[in-house]
Design a protein. Structure first.
Length: 358
């Protein structure tokens, strides 16, 4: 791969369609030229969650207009593209096939190579898009709706998993607890907003695996505890859970958030201590949570640890992280783009197998 090249990235793994353009110049951090994103939240709200078939169809409608928007905003044309990258997995099979199909068709028509990117690697490297990019090595807390992992990251593609969730991820705990409280979709942000008005010490909820001798996570038990506490409060008030007074719901939301955040913060600090690293990267949708950021910043400052986050608008799924991950893999020389235009998506794809299966 030449030292200067332009990468178009397409994200379509779930309920956001993202397209972005990244420029690589030498060995410096790749530059984001433009990005565009469409969220399907409003479409899925009526169903209380993502409907895969609807998600796939909406990706088909959005991806080409978003590509045209990105090219126009960056003052580039299709002829300026050197590589077309797409999310290969993990994710919804039908949704992944949309991005893969468009990327491969575009690559074939332009006679340009394509590169399938691991969705989680995109999140992991997304802080490099920020104004304060990290430096290797670092500990990474990857925390989203479907994944919660702690990793040691020594470079692009050099990932050692230190701990991961054995059941529900942190994002699932937020979303499922929000549903129990009668909050809307997406539940995580709704619960976090409600928690701002509540008392995090109002109810004693479990901190699963906090005292364990490993760095794994488990949030399924917390969800059950929230459900039991909500039912208990409903019985005491003589009403359904969603009809509880606003202050009671706010206290329960705040207590739930406090339990999740405490586990994430303390496990991250243990990972830093065990690896003796002084840099922490937080990525994924839950990384936008204000309480998590506040507590991580405070505890890290006490220990002389620097914390890096993606920009808030890049915490959710987006094309910029896919273009950046592809650019950094190509720039590092650990992988080459290919003109084998195969729609080989991987709905299930463990991050620790990326080097073996890429």
């Amino acid at each position: 791969m030449v030292k200067n090249f332009c990468v178009l990235g397409i994200e379509s793994s779930c309920d956001e369609t993202g397209v972005a353009l990244v420029q690589v110049s030498g060995q410096g951090v790749p530059t984001l030229l433009a990005h565009a994103l469409h969220s399907q939240i409003e479409m899925h709200q009526a169903y209380g969650g993502v409907v895969p078939e609807l998600a796939s169809r909406d990706h088909i409608r959005r991806v080409l207009p978003l590509t045209q928007q990105v090219l126009a905003e960056s003052s580039r044309t299709l002829k300026d593209l050197d590589v077309v990258a797409f999310t290969r997995g993990p994710g919804l099979a039908g949704a992944l096939l949309v991005g893969s199909g468009v990327a491969c068709a575009l690559g074939a028509s332009l006679q340009k190579p394509v590169l399938g990117v691991h969705h989680l690697e995109g999140h992991l490297l997304s802080p490099f898009l920020s104004a304060d990019p990290p430096k290797f090595p670092f500990v990474a807390l990857l925390v989203s709706g479907g994944h919660t992992q702690l990793m040691r990251v020594d470079g692009v593609g050099r990932y050692q998993i230190l701990g991961e969730t054995i059941d529900d991820a942190a994002g699932e705990a937020f979303d499922k607890s929000a549903k129990l409280l009668g909050l809307g979709y997406p539940g995580g942000p709704a619960l976090a907003r409600l928690a701002e008005a509540g008392n995090p010490l109002a109810y004693k909820l479990p901190r699963p695996l906090l005292q364990s001798d490993n760095l794994d996570f488990s949030f399924a038990g917390l969800k059950t505890a929230v459900m039991m506490q909500a039912k208990k409060l409903g019985l005491a008030q003589g009403c359904a859970v969603e009809a509880l007074p606003d202050d009671v719901l706010a206290d329960l939301a705040a207590s739930t958030q406090a339990a999740i955040v405490e586990v994430l913060v303390k496990k991250s600090l243990v990972a830093l201590q065990e690896t003796q690293l002084k840099r922490l990267v937080v990525a994924g949708g839950v990384g936008a949570n204000a309480s998590l950021r506040t507590q991580l910043n405070a505890e890290s400052a006490k220990r002389g640890v620097r914390v890096h986050y993606p920009e808030l608008l890049l915490c959710t799924d987006n094309g910029a992280m896919i273009a950046m991950a592809a650019a950094m893999r190509l720039q590092s020389g650990i992988q080459a783009a290919s003109k084998a235009y195969a729609f080989d998506v991987r709905p299930r794809w463990p991050l620790d197998l990326i080097q073996v299966t890429a």
